[in-house]
Design a protein around this ligand. Structure first.
Ligand code: APR
Length: 235
């Protein structure tokens, strides 16, 4: 790394959890290949067939619970513990593998598989079971729970906080994301415009690869621990 970073923003995507056995979205064997996105990842799809959508996320929740963090998640956990500067970890992932890999301050901009959201009283609850059987909300008792997931056409969580962090970052690192979905795909430009160095760690070049100062290609379980070692050694 050219200069010692003091303020890092990291964005992760499905690629960081691929080696934990969770499928990515846009690969040939990806999640969206099995399901039309409109069906399972939009409010309209949910209104049309709530049972199908609840089953889809019940499955995702079970898979998340069965998965284990890999060395990439663990390296970011170590970075959070040992890095002396500012660090914000933003993930598009709905799994909790960053947290189980030791990171405690994770911003889930697309929601969380292990959370349920009551549309009647707006409460959110940690959730490990199923939703297809229509459980009542622990707060208000209504049967109105949906996955706490940001679907296409909905506003990602905590955008203001993320944009503030991007404006203050001196290093932006994108890990395991295809750069196909906005607003996350635009973070590299925003960080770059504010003067941050930008680094991409991915299996293949992403859609916005040309926006990055540096791209390293390979598996997250190798690239991420390597990069974390570099940052901590420099500090
Ligand atoms: N190591 C590093 N990168 C990997 C690995 C790996 N082991 N395996 C796959 N990748 C890369 C792929 O090459 C691809 O560029 O991870 C990326 C995954 O891209 P997507 O499947 O498009 O996932 P993501 O970018 O997280 O998708 C963004 O789209 O529909 C949604 O809401 C969903 O949060 C998701 C968003």
């Amino acid at each position: 790394m050219a200069e010692l970073p003091k303020n890092i923003v990291i964005l992760t995507g499905a690629g960081i959890s691929a080696e934990s056995g969770l499928r990515t979205f846009r690969a040939e064997d990806g999640l969206w290949e099995d399901h039309p996105v409109q069906e399972v990842a939009t409010p309209e799809g949910f209104a049309r067939d709530p049972d199908l959508v609840q089953r889809f996320y019940d499955e995702r929740r079970a898979q998340v619970l069965a998965a284990q963090p890999n060395p990439a998640h663990e390296a970011l956990g170590r970075l959070e513990r040992e890095f002396a500067g500012e660090l914000l970890l933003v993930t598009q992932n709905i799994d909790d593998l960053h947290e189980r890999g030791g990171a405690s301050r994770v911003l889930h901009m697309h929601g969380e598989a292990l959370s349920a959201w009551c549309r009647a009283c707006d409460a959110r609850h940690p959730w490990q079971g199923t939703l297809r059987d229509g459980p009542g909300c622990p707060a208000c008792g209504e049967v109105a729970m949906r996955p706490d997931i940001v679907w296409f056409g909905e506003m990602p969580y905590q955008m203001e906080r993320i944009f503030d962090a991007l404006a203050g970052a001196d290093l932006f690192v994108s890990i395991g994301t295809s750069g196909a979905v906005y607003p996350a795909a635009g973070f590299v430009q925003q960080a770059g415009e504010h003067g941050a160095r930008t680094l991409e760690l991915n299996l293949e070049r992403s859609a916005g690869s040309h926006w990055f100062d540096e791209t390293r290609l390979g598996a997250a379980s190798e690239l991420v621990p390597q990069w974390v070692n570099e940052v901590l050694a420099a500090g």
